[in-house]
Design a binder for this molecule. Structure first.
Ligand code: WTA
Length: 651
């Protein structure tokens, strides 16, 4: 399909908080889109598209799919004959990389910037056009192939925020290999567990990464992990920080040396994949046990991420998109790497964090690169709020036209600060609710939807949500219940890697025919959804998804610990902080030093993001008669709340 350069305007939105297009009167505090926002929006009539997508969600998704290029057409848009093992665009041939890169090379976008990168210290800048992106991805794909990686093989990627992480993901996809990215902030236990489960043959890493001016020894962590992971045959190491590292002959290879060899050169055809072939797996914390790998595909995931980003952030050709998430989480996968490139956008990737060396680092980047669309997490906003308005006020943020948020409920104070201080009371705040499992936005406004601070508004086109009680019956408006999704969607997870049974049990068993999200929520009488939080043992710490089970198993791996329980309690900046309860082994004595040692132990084994706020020593943990720790009771006690039903509590 030929791509036409869309018309764009550069006019800015004017103040809002009044109905511009006279939608029906909504209750509560409502921020209506300004005339300007509506005039500029690609999609003006949300209700119309919503109505037609509701009537026939297959037709909606089929039309979206037709905007992309396929090597061969589908026989069926949706095959639900073996639900909940849904299949999308069955029979179609495609490769997501064809649509992220190859297709743009045939248009004016060839010389458009795909990626802008800045180093943590701000001293290095790199830019890649789509043409350059193709060259880098091709070279990395050639190298990965030369390492013996074939279509369907697993590759683990464990890196910092450098352009090569994007190349690595796309290179795997290009040759039909499956990537498994592990967040660079995780440590040995988390990395080893994920490599072991996936049985990766190749690991792509960096010598180290920078974090707030310090070096994270990524390669050392890989070395320690590989002692437990015999499946790995090769390690490719990108030189980033220049620290001393161990290079094991035969196994470890410097990327810059491989690039000089003939194997890197030459064309690399983009592999023709089935729409349903796996694109990647991504480990995420579930309600129990070890993290599980969510499976996403080339075809459906491509259509979902493309379409959602197009409508929700209204991405245009002259935009500069910045999603601050790390590529190691699903937000980075869908909206830093795939979604923007599918839309032919220019993305910014920043190596550092928001407040190093000073709390204006992000605002400086917005000004420096003329960012127009900015997508971040509530925890970051709360963290930056703390430093005051003088930091953003130092910078010209007038390039911005839309703001976004994701990862946890945004509290109204943070919403309003973001709206007023960053958006100058003009820019819509796009609050997107979704999950690793959903692959793409599920409950979200588009720029023309009236907003209520703290609500992700309504489901995306083609989706219907419901709030139900324990038995699955829809609850009344404004009543808390379980959030479920009623329709299948293209970017949905296909299964849990190597565990179909757990997939069915976890997501489709509680309310047959409906997808269980694991979140509790309310719906108000305007049909707006308000997410309350997880109902299971998943924690959201600074927007990062962690499991209580992982923290507990890190604690019990310490020789002094007999048993441990972890819970999440409200935290002003992080959203949730990890609080732990530890029973020591006989003969071990509790002390502040031991508590500190245990906190450090978790940080070393799992990663600094999992460091508990607190370690409390206890003689006993509340358990059910069958021996399960009742975290709910611990949580209630810690907050001085009623303990609820404790009839199953053991004596
Ligand atoms: C929470 C992140 C409220 C929710 C994309 C969900 C949110 C979990 C929002 C998934 C939001 C995500 N408002 N809560 N806008 N976005 N969540 O897999 O509890 O890391 O179930 O995916 O984050 O986390 P995950």
């Amino acid at each position: 399909m030929a791509i036409k350069k869309p018309k764009t305007t550069s006019k800015k939105a004017t103040p809002v908080k009044r109905a511009a297009n006279k939608p029906k009167k909504l209750s509560g505090e409502v921020f209506y889109p300004s005339k300007q926002v509506i005039a500029e929006a690609r999609l003006k009539d949300w209700d119309k598209l919503n109505r037609s997508a509701k009537k026939d969600f297959r037709a909606f998704w089929e039309a979206e799919a037709k905007e992309l290029e396929w090597y061969g057409k589908w026989k069926k848009v949706l095959d639900d004959s073996k639900k909940p093992f849904f299949k999308w665009f069955t029979g179609a041939k495609v490769n997501i990389v064809h649509n992220c890169i190859d297709r743009h090379l045939k248009t004016y976008r060839k010389n458009k910037l795909a990626l802008i990168w800045e180093s943590e210290d701000g001293k290095e800048h790199r830019t890649y056009s789509y043409y350059a992106m193709n060259r880098e991805v091709t070279r990395m794909a050639n190298i990965i192939k030369a390492m013996g990686v074939k279509r369907g093989d697993l590759v683990t990627i464990y890196m910092g925020r450098v352009p090569e992480i994007v190349f690595a993901m796309l290179a795997c996809a290009k040759i039909g290999a499956i990537h498994s990215v592990v967040f660079g902030g995780f440590s040995v236990d988390s990395l080893a567990g994920r490599i072991e489960d996936s049985q990766s043959k190749l690991v792509i890493t960096c010598d180290g990464s920078f974090q707030n001016g310090k070096i994270v020894q990524l390669k050392q962590i890989v070395d320690d992990s590989l002692k437990r992971c015999p499946s790995v045959e090769n390690v490719i190491v990108i030189k980033r920080v220049g620290n001393e590292i161990n290079i094991e002959t035969g196994r470890d290879h410097w990327y810059h040396e491989l690039l000089e060899q003939p194997i890197a050169e030459g064309k690399c055809e983009t592999e023709v994949m089935d729409a349903e072939d796996t694109l990647y797996i991504l480990y995420t914390s579930g309600s129990t046990g070890k993290p599980k790998a969510i499976v996403h595909t080339h075809g459906g995931y491509m259509v979902g991420t493309y379409s959602t980003l197009k409508y929700v952030f209204d991405v245009r050709d002259d935009d500069r998109w910045w999603c601050t998430a790390d590529p190691g989480w699903v937000t980075g996968h869908s909206y830093l790497v795939y979604g923007p490139m599918l839309n032919g956008a220019t993305s910014f990737l920043f190596e550092g964090g928001p407040a190093y060396p000073e709390p204006n680092r992000w605002w400086q980047c917005i000004e420096r690169y003329g960012i127009t669309l900015f997508y971040t997490a509530p925890t970051a906003i709360r963290g930056l709020m703390r430093f005051g308005e003088s930091w953003p006020d130092k910078h010209d943020l007038s390039s911005l036209r839309l703001l976004g948020t994701v990862g946890e409920p945004i509290n109204p104070e943070a919403w309003k600060w973001y709206y007023r201080v960053i958006g100058k009371s003009k820019l819509p705040i796009i609050d997107t609710w979704w999950q690793t499992e959903t692959g793409a936005f599920m409950i979200t406004p588009t720029p023309v939807v009236p907003l209520k601070p703290g609500s992700g508004t309504r489901p995306f086109f083609g989706q219907e949500a419901e709030i139900v009680d324990e038995q699955g019956k829809p609850v009344a408006d404004d009543t808390e219940g379980y959030l479920v999704l009623k329709n299948p969607w293209p970017a949905m997870l296909r299964t849990i890697y190597k565990d179909d049974e757990r997939y069915v049990k976890q997501y489709w068993s509680k309310y047959p025919g409906k997808y269980t999200t694991g979140d509790s929520a309310k719906r108000d009488k305007d049909g707006y959804y308000w997410i309350i939080g997880r109902v299971d043992d998943v924690l959201k710490v600074s927007g990062h998804r962690l499991g209580t089970a992982e923290v507990e198993s890190a604690l019990v791996s310490h020789p002094a610990v007999a048993e441990a329980a972890a819970i999440g309690l409200p935290h002003d900046i992080k959203g949730q902080g990890i609080h732990t309860f530890v029973m020591l082994r006989a003969g071990k004595v509790a002390s502040p030093e031991v508590a500190e040692e245990l906190r450090q132990h978790v940080a070393t084994h799992m990663g600094p993001i999992a460091r508990p706020e607190e370690v409390k020593f206890v003689d006993k943990l509340p358990k059910t008669r069958s021996g399960k720790i009742m975290r709910r009771v611990l949580k209630a006690r810690a907050q001085g709340l009623p303990e609820g039903d404790i009839s199953t509590l053991e004596e």
